[in-house]
Design a protein around this ligand. Structure first.
Ligand SMILES: [Zn+2]
Length: 199
């Protein structure tokens, strides 16, 4: 069963102003950050897997700059990385990159940067979401940083942001549809993509 991530709360530190990398909805939480056993060995899984259908828009968590566009990057599939304001972010297994997404492109928070797929080594459609330190590149657990305390926006609002017709700041200041800080209540793990592997 899908696990709802969202509930209004207001514990978001301003310095960690982030939006969920997916439009508001319910998601199936797959493998989390940390060690896992696979193929007879141990691997460190450096992100959080979030199960959503192929074609679901992927949204920039913060304003930032695209740092790496990596098509067909082995197990990672179509792999995109960006530098945000406080953290870096990575997205694997994408179906495609959004128009205009290339190295050095500036993106706005909430802008559609690509679409969920199942490229690379994966058994099912999901977003592999990474968060890393801008200071040293070290990967961090996305859940407490970028999921638990993230705001959500609708797909319709994400389209308007992508078209340059609004910003998250405007949405959050005026809209009744924007939600602040969904509380992540994720207890389930998925078996669908347990074979999903990264190094
Ligand atoms: Zn993953």
């Amino acid at each position: 069963m899908p696990i709802g991530l969202h509930r209004n709360d207001d514990m978001m530190p301003p310095a960690l102003n982030m939006v969920m990398p997916l439009p508001r909805g319910t998601y199936r939480i797959g493998s989390g950050f940390g060690m896992r056993q696979l193929d007879g060995g141990s691997h460190f899984h450096r992100g959080q897997d979030i199960g959503v259908p192929v074609g679901t828009p992927i949204l920039a968590p913060q304003d930032g700059v695209i740092s790496d566009v990596l098509p067909h990057a082995g197990d990672a599939g179509n792999f995109l990385k960006m530098r945000g304001q406080t953290h870096g972010f990575g997205f694997m297994h994408m179906a495609s990159f959004a128009p205009g997404i290339r190295n050095g492109a500036r993106v706005r928070q909430g802008q559609i940067i690509g679409f969920v797929g199942m490229t690379g080594y994966t058994k099912g459609p999901h977003l592999h979401y990474e968060v890393y330190s801008l200071a040293n590149g070290k990967h961090l657990d996305p859940r407490p940083i970028a999921l638990t305390n993230a705001r959500t926006i609708t797909q319709a609002d994400a389209r308007l942001i992508t078209q340059g017709q609004t910003t998250t700041a405007a949405i959050f200041s005026t809209s009744t549809t924007a939600q602040i800080n969904p509380q992540t209540t994720v207890t389930a793990t998925s078996t669908v993509w347990q074979m999903h592997r990264h190094t």
